[in-house]
Structures are given as C-alpha cells and as structure tokens.
Design a protein around this ligand. Structure first.
Ligand code: IVH
Length: 700
C-alpha cells in the first residue's frame, strides 16, 4: 500500500468522524438555542466542540463552511424582530485550567503584549464573577430604556424589550446626568431560590393537567426560556435578575457611537457609575493587582460559589485601565484584555448502573441511582437520590440510562434529566419494591403520601436505633440513663438488636461503654428493671407504631383494656376507638400483622414487662358512669365548660336542669333557681371542694 493511500484512508475516516460530530453539534445547538431545552450538559457540548475543532485544525482540508466551529453563539429566532448591534457583542477567551495557571497565563500574556519587563509593577485588573445566564444589551436613549436585545450571533440579536421590561431590577429611566445614548451590557439570570419556586409551580401545573407546561433543567435554561417567551405576560411570572458588567454604544449625540474620550478612565469606575444610575453590579467585583490578585480572587470565589444565591460558571478577569484595553484591542471576536477562567462544571453526564432502595431511620424507602463515578460541581458523585417512586417515575430514570447529573451549591446531587436517545433497548421503568430490602417486611405507601415505608418497625435493623430511642423516651418506657448516645454505642457494639435485648444486658457489658462508670451502669440496669412495671398505654406508645401518639395509645388501652385484644383487632374494630380514623387503624393493623413485630412484643413480655390489664372499657376507668350532675353559678376552681368536660371524661352525664333523677348539683357563687330547686328536691349540693372529690373518682 502506498503512502498516499494510507493518508487517503485516514482522511476519509476523519471526515466521516467530523461529519458525525457536526451533525450532533447541530442537533444539540438547536435544542439549546432554539428550543431552550438542552439534552446534554454544556460540558459535554464543549467536549464535542473541541474534538471537532481539533480534527479540523489537524486536517484543514475537511473544514466546511457550515461547521458549528465557524459560527459564534446562537441563532436568531424568527419570532422576534432582529436587532443589529451598534457595537458587536463579543465573547471572551476561556481558560479552563484549574487553580493558578489560568490566571498566571493571562497575566503573562497581558504583560508581554504591553511590553512590560519583570521589574515593572503589577497590572491592575478587575475581577468579576462569570454569571451563568444570558448576555443582554440594554439601550437607553435620552434616559429611557428603548431596546433590550440578546447577543444572538454577536452581530445581531433578538428584540426582547417587552420581556426585559418585566425585570424589576432593570431601570426603565435613568437619572438626568446619563448620556444621550447608552448601551449597558450584562447578564440576565435567575436566582436559585426563584428557580426552585418556579419549578415547583410548574410541577403543580403539570399535576393539574395543564397542557404544554414543563419544568426547567437549570436556572440558566429557565432564564433563557423566560427571556425568549413570546407572551410577555408569562415572562413576567418568571422572576429574573440582572447584573451589569460592560458597555456597548455610548454617545452624547443621537447617532449613538462613541466619538470623544470615555467619561471614565477605568472599567471599575464605569461600573460604579452604572451602579449610581441604578444598575445592579455584583458586590464581589474587585480591583486586584497582578497574577497573585487574580489567583486569590479565583480561589475565594471558588470557596464562596456554593453559598451564592445564583449560579456562576467561573470568574472573569479584565484589564482595568480603559486606555490599556484600547491598546490591547481584539483578536478576531475576542478582546485581548479579558479572559474567563472557568470552574469545574456543575452538570455532567454519566450512566445509571443500578437503582437501589435505601431504608431510613424512620422506615422511609428511598430509591437512589447508583452512578458511574462522575466529577461534577467539584466532587466525585456516585449516588443521586430519586426521592420516591413518583419522582423516579416522573423523571423516568431507568437502569442503563445516560443521565445529566447536577450538583450546584451545597445541594445534594440530583439527576436533572435522562438523555433519551441514549437509552438502551429493553430498559425497564423503575418500580418500588414490595418488601423492605433490609428486613423483608411489607413496604407500604399511604394514600395521599409520596413515600413508601417499611412496616417492620421494631424488627427492621435500619430502624433499630430510632425504635430504641423512642422506646427509652421519658414519655414512653422512661428508662433513665438510656440516652441517644448510649443507644448508638450499644447497637454499634452489637449488644442490642431488638428492644427485648435491653432487658438482658449485663452489668459488665454496660460498664464497658464510653462514659459509663460502674455506678451509672448499675443505675441503668435498675431503671430497666423498674420500667418493666408499666401501663398498657405507655407500652403501646413505646412501640413506635406510626401515627400512634401518646393520646391515641392511652385511648386504645382504655378502649380494649388488653394487649391481645388490640393485636387481634380488625381495622373496623379499631375504628370504634375515639380519635382513630382509617389511616391510624390501618397503620396499627399492619404493624401487628407483621410476624416480626409480634415476636418482639412476645420477647418483651417474656423479659418480664407487665401492666395491669382490664376489661374492654373497664368500669374502673369510668368511675362516674351513670351519675348525673348539674352545674350552676360561678365556680372558683375552674370554668363551667372545663368542669363539664372533666366530669364527662369520667363517665358522668352533665344535665341542664335539676330533677329528681339528678345525683348532684355543683353550685358556685351567685347560683340561682337551680340551687333552689336542688334544695327543694333534696338533691345533694356540692361546692368546689365537693367537685374536686367527685373528679378524684370518689362519690362525696
Ligand atoms: S464580559 C467583551 N463579564 O460570558 C467582553 N461576560 O463570552 C464581553 N458573562 O455570554 C463579556 N459574566 O454573557 C463578561 N462578568 C462578565 C460575565 C460575562 C458572564 C458571559 C457573557 C457571555 C460570556 C462571554
């Protein structure tokens, strides 16, 4: 094979590869710029773009005029009027190097261009944030906002004035000292909190069945969507913000092009003037000296990035002196005097290797996407929560999928979307497990709730610590000295697995624990022994059955009298208990239907836990059953309503008028005809003290 054949073949391969890359880039540029619905993260787009650039520069013969590398920025949407920029909107060169080298390389270039020797002083720079939104040019004539335009391809953009007027932070009118023509350039963006609120509203609209609504993948994308809304009423509902960072046209004559000298000597002074005219300028913007100043700014902002209320994708360095800027000038479409120094991307692409279900301390089951490790937002991410089954299905994340993962701020990493055209055939939709992956108990989701829960309560080792903390609580079994820390230690040491294990602890074992002395160990064992004698209400509450609080537990104990009756009760029977509705009844029934939970209850009984059992609705609990009382006059110890309530709680009937059948009349101050009638009929009359006696369960 001759050498030329070899080259021919290589070149054919390369041009096929380049054509494929162009095709993909065209597709993704359309999704990004025209539909505001990117399918892949920016970082991935940049990689494809650079790959194509590298191919084209190594093989100039394959370059085509329509290659995405030959065009800057986006395309102009025909829906909006076209605006020709009086001064082109340029882009800036990007340094993606991490740490110091990007800043140092820039400073070295500037010094070289300016012919500065090493002995000469450091160059003054302005360091700014690189806001992750979209560039906007705001044109003011005679102090009035007349036009807002997107960057478009840099030469012409879209007229989005109506939408931009809805942004409260952008002045519609400038003070009288503003020049006749002024174009302020800056970034329109959406704050993170506004973005979250917008997506929440969008989710509600989708849930309400509204057609054509969607959620947004990130704040930048949401901002772009709002700016390019054809209906400015909708744009107004999407809260946008603005930061000024640059100048377009400026003139004191109606033509609007800069002629004479600028009214400022430095970029920083210009920003201060913008601020005075009412434009927001980020307060992080700083004047710094030389490479060291840039490096420090880069590091400080990297540390501050997560806590900012908006997204940034890097910092921007600019030569401060405007005369020096003019001397440095431009290369093609980029100024030599500015550079963007990027941070690691906050969105990356990776694949879902599995979807695990994790069990939380309270039994909540959470689906978690296990990801091929990916470096995003400055950390390596291998897990992303899918929250619950509904959320996992809404995003339709499947094992094998390629997904976009986002980690912005200190927010936990999340899957923003699935790259659908990379879904493998036969990828199955996710569905929640029917049983707890830890203990095998039934997994249940209550009506109206998003989360599934393990019903294995006491048995499930994932819920062990939570169950023990609750059990020992003062208002439950009241085991003094058994705090959260000790529970953690006992479980971690493998000494306590179930509630009943507590009652088999040995003095030596307990004394070995951290911060435990012989005496406190003795005290704990004593407290455990004491706790064995309890009440049915406390015992029920201490089991930690979902929805069974202290009051419900007491009521259940009063109603059924015996534990076995409760454990055997049907949901219907449980519904007869005051305050027990269908959700609570179902929860109690499911709890006792789990063999594991029954075993734990039995083990506790075997360990010696006991309580007085009564009959169903035991009369002892209703000492005033069958007693009729009439209240009259003003009582000293309590109001009449409260007295009525307390009497009724003990089974008494509180009547409105006195008759022969009345057992007692309780008379306070200024009692009238009812007291007279009681005296006439010979009905016993009680004062406050008599009432107290009655309420203590004794009959006076
Ligand atoms: S200056 C002539 N400053 O980054 C220089 N741009 O390609 C013009 N951006 O899309 C840009 N923050 O919208 C500048 N502080 C900042 C910026 C910034 C964000 C965006 C700009 C443009 C891209 C630069």
């Amino acid at each position: 094979m001759s050498q030329s054949d070899l080259f021919g073949e290589a070149s054919a391969d390369v041009s096929v590869k380049a054509a494929q890359l162009r095709e993909r880039l065209h597709h993704h540029a359309h999704a990004y710029y025209t539909l505001d619905a990117p399918e892949i993260p920016d970082a991935e787009y940049d990689r494809l773009f650079r790959e194509l650039q590298a191919l084209e520069s190594a093989h100039p013969e394959i370059l085509t005029a329509d290659s995405p590398t030959q065009r800057v920025g986006g395309r102009v949407l025909e829906a909006f009027a076209v605006v020709h920029h009086a001064v082109p909107m340029l882009s800036i060169r990007t340094e993606t190097d991490t740490e110091a080298s990007g800043a140092e390389a820039f400073d070295a270039r500037i010094r070289k261009e300016l012919g500065l020797s090493a002995e000469e002083p450091a160059v003054d720079y302005v360091a700014e944030l690189k806001f992750d939104g979209l560039a906007m040019s705001l044109r003011y004539e005679n102090g009035l906002l007349v036009q807002a335009a997107t960057r478009g391809d840099g030469e012409s953009g879209e007229d989005v004035t109506a939408n931009i007027r809805t942004i409260g932070q952008i002045p519609l009118r400038l003070p009288p000292d503003a020049p006749q023509v002024l174009e302020v350039r800056g970034e329109v963006y959406m704050r993170r909190d506004d973005f979250e609120a917008l997506n929440e509203r969008q989710r509600q609209r989708i849930a309400a069945g509204m057609k054509g609504e969607k959620t947004f993948v990130n704040p930048r994308n949401a901002a772009a969507g709002a700016v390019r809304q054809l209906d400015s009423g909708i744009a107004a509902e999407r809260p946008l913000s603005f930061f000024a960072y640059g100048l377009g046209a400026l003139s004191d004559s109606a033509e609007g092009l800069t002629t004479g000298p600028l009214p400022w000597h430095t970029h920083f002074d210009m920003l201060q003037q913008f601020k005075a005219w009412g434009f927001p300028v980020a307060h992080q913007t700083a004047c710094v000296q030389g490479a060291a100043g840039l490096v420090a700014f880069h590091q400080n902002m990297a540390a501050a990035r997560d806590a900012l209320p908006f997204d940034i994708d890097g910092v921007v360095y600019k030569v401060n002196d405007l005369a020096l800027q003019a001397r440095l000038g431009f290369v093609t479409r980029e100024p030599r005097w500015a550079v963007a120094h990027k941070y690691p991307a906050q969105e990356e692409m990776t694949t879902v290797q599995a979807i695990d279900v994790q069990v939380g301390r309270t039994g909540k089951l959470t689906p978690v996407a296990k990801l091929a490790p990916v470096f995003v937002g400055g950390v390596t991410v291998t897990n992303a929560t899918l929250h619950n089954e509904l959320e996992a299905r809404r995003k339709d994340v499947r094992v094998g999928d390629t997904v976009i993962v986002r980690r912005a701020g200190d927010v936990i990493p999340e899957v923003v979307s699935v790259v659908l055209d990379r879904r493998p055939a036969h990828a199955a939709p996710f569905s929640m497990l029917t049983h707890c992956p830890v203990c095998g108990s039934l997994a249940e989701r209550e009506e109206g709730e998003a989360d599934h829960r393990c019903s294995g309560g006491l048995f499930c080792s994932a819920q062990r610590k939570q169950a023990l903390w609750h059990f020992a609580h003062r208002r439950a079994m009241d085991i003094e000295g058994l705090g959260d820390k000790l529970v953690d230690q006992l479980v971690d040491a493998g000494m306590v697995n179930t509630l009943a294990d507590l009652y088999h602890l040995k003095l030596d074992d307990v004394a070995k624990m951290d911060r435990m002395a012989e005496k406190s160990a003795v005290n704990l064992l004593q407290a455990l022994a004491q706790s064995k004698q309890t009440t049915l209400g406390r015992f029920l509450f201490s089991l930690g059955i979902r929805h069974v609080g202290e009051a419900t537990a007491k009521e259940l104990a009063r109603h059924f009298g015996q534990l076995d009756a409760i454990m055997a009760a049907s949901e219907d029977a449980l519904l007869q208990v005051a305050d027990v509705g269908p959700v609570v009844a179902h929860s109690i029934h499911t709890f006792f239907a789990q063999p594991h939970n029954r075993e734990v209850v039995q083990a506790l009984r075997d360990a010696g836990l006991n309580w007085p059992e009564g009959d169903a609705l035991a009369p002892i609990a209703m000492p005033l059953a069958g007693v009729t009382v009439v209240l009259t006059g003003t009582l000293q110890s309590m109001g009449r309503d409260e007295a009525k309530e307390q009497l009724e709680a003990l089974g008494a009937k509180v009547a409105g008028s006195v008759s022969k059948k009345t057992h007692y009349v309780v008379a306070g101050a200024e009692a009238g005809s009812k007291l007279d009638k009681a005296l006439a009929l010979g009905v016993p009359v009680l004062d406050d003290a008599g009432l107290a006696l009655l309420l203590s369960g004794e009959k006076p």
